[in-house]
Design a binder for this molecule. Structure first.
Ligand code: KE4
Length: 433
């Protein structure tokens, strides 16, 4: 008996009349999987419920922030206390901001100082402005397939030309905005060496997702991150790790702890807000002291560090400091990945499964996915069919082949087993079409 999605369909029609595409962020529209989005009414632990009353095991987890699952009691209790005793926002400093900043500094040795903002986009946009202000250089390098939010100069794809000069990916992004962005290939140090050979003295920073999570999940090849570190040091450019997704997920100290490579600046988001809007960027004191009002590099925000959002972040990071948390996360994520791999093999469906801790991606691709071009060899139509077959069984995956699936600490044995069972059916179904 197919699930009833009629109430979500009605709500979607209403939303489309007054919200562009009916959603407040494009990927939520389910266009990449050829379906209508589900309107969610509430979540509980690993579960979410749609407007038709259907239950799902959630592997989107708000695109990463909910590492503790939905409505964790200790996060809710902290938020209630904040609302009853403190308030929501003052536009003035509070001790809570210093507490969250202190937790980030304690967790990430490369960060002496940190500025709180309201999103990952603000974090990366500000970190790159800071890098340009600190180095007095204008060029930045990003990697094809990496996403760092929607600042104009980051909505850029590789253009033609030896230097892979950037070209805008969106109307409204001017050629001027693209002019100082250079695109390199992920896991391809040679492409970067050539760029530095030609432009090194003009490059303010290289920004990278240390584990890419926005072309599906692509892991750094051995030596890649260390190679970025060596090249940026050689040319006195800054290395920026965009850990908006990996921060506090792949390890409490992020990907830089996991891979042992130290960036100059780090961007955070998602988990540090525990489901409320918080972003941050931080690094060495010598660099961060250039940020206004300590220094001349301007950056500001009405709700930056607001007590309510910071409270959710503090409560979440406290929960992540508990012993065994990352071990449990790794055990469950590895078990799920193993069962998915087994299910695809049993069904005779060719997939590539990339995983870094509790972020992973099943690519319907013939060859290993190691960069943007191999990610593009995946078959979005087969992914869409898999997505729908899983959704019908109550498993809510990312509605795009080029996103990550997230396991939370609320996903227990039961959820993992249910997901594997659903995948066995979904892969067999895929094989039959
Ligand atoms: P936000 O501005 O969406 O908070 O963060 C932008 C960002 C920056 N860096 C990385 C590595 C990110 O993954 C993101 C945002 N991730 C997407 C998921 N692919 C958010 C989902 C969405 O755009 O709705």
């Amino acid at each position: 008996m197919p699930r009833d999605y009629s109430r979500s369909a009605e709500l979607f029609e209403q939303a489309k009349k007054i919200i562009p595409g009916g959603v407040n962020s494009p990927v939520r529209a389910f266009q990449a999987v050829g379906a209508n989005p589900l309107f969610i009414t509430h979540g509980e632990g690993p579960l979410i419920y749609d407007a038709d009353g259907n239950e799902y095991i959630d592997y989107v987890c708000s695109w990463g922030p909910l590492l503790m699952g939905h409505r964790h009691p200790q996060v809710l209790a902290a938020l209630k206390r904040c609302l009853e005793e403190t308030g929501t926002s003052f536009g003035a400093p509070t001790e809570l901001e210093t507490e969250l900043a202190g937790m980030i500094v304690a967790a990430v040795p490369s960060v002496d100082m940190v500025r709180l903002v309201n999103s990952g986009t603000e974090a990366t946009m500000s970190a790159l402005r800071l890098a340009r202000g600190y180095t007095h250089r204008s060029k930045i390098v990003k990697f094809a397939g990496c996403y760092h939010g929607h600042a104009d100069f980051l909505l850029i794809k590789a253009g033609s030309g030896a230097l892979t000069l950037g070209v805008p990916t969106s109307p409204g992004v001017t050629a001027g905005s693209a002019a100082d962005t250079i695109i390199a290939n992920y896991n391809d140090l040679d492409s970067l060496r050539e760029i530095f050979r030609q432009e090194g003295e003009n490059i303010a920073a290289v920004i990278v997702e240390p584990v890419a999570g926005n072309m599906g999940v692509v892991l750094p090849a051995a030596g890649f991150l260390a190679g970025l570190r060596q090249l940026t040091e050689e040319y006195e450019s800054l290395l920026i790790f965009d850990e908006v997704m990996t921060g506090f997920r792949v390890a409490y100290g992020g990907a830089q702890e996991l891979y042992g490579v130290t960036p100059d600046l780090t961007c955070f988001g998602k988990i540090i807000g525990g489901g409320l809007p918080v972003g941050a960027y931080g690094g060495r004191q010598q660099i961060m002291e250039q940020v206004a009002p300590a220094g001349p590099v301007y950056q500001a925000g009405t709700l930056s560090g607001n007590p309510l959002a910071v409270t959710a972040g503090i409560a979440t990071l406290k929960l992540l400091q508990q012993p065994g948390v990352y071990q449990r996360l790794e055990e469950r994520s590895a078990k799920l990945a193993g069962w998915l791999w087994e299910a695809a093999g049993e069904a005779g469906v060719e997939v590539q499964l990339n995983r870094a801790g509790s972020m992973s991606c099943v690519f319907f691709a013939p060859q290993p996915v190691v960069d943007y071009s191999s990610a593009c060899s995946a078959d979005p139509a087969r992914y869409a069919a898999f997505f729908k077959a899983m959704l019908e069984q109550g498993i809510y995956l990312a509605p795009s082949q080029f996103e990550a699936a997230f396991v939370s600490l609320a996903h227990g044995e039961q959820e993992i087993e249910r997901t594997a069972e659903a995948a066995r059916f979904a892969f067999r179904f895929i094989k039959s079409i």
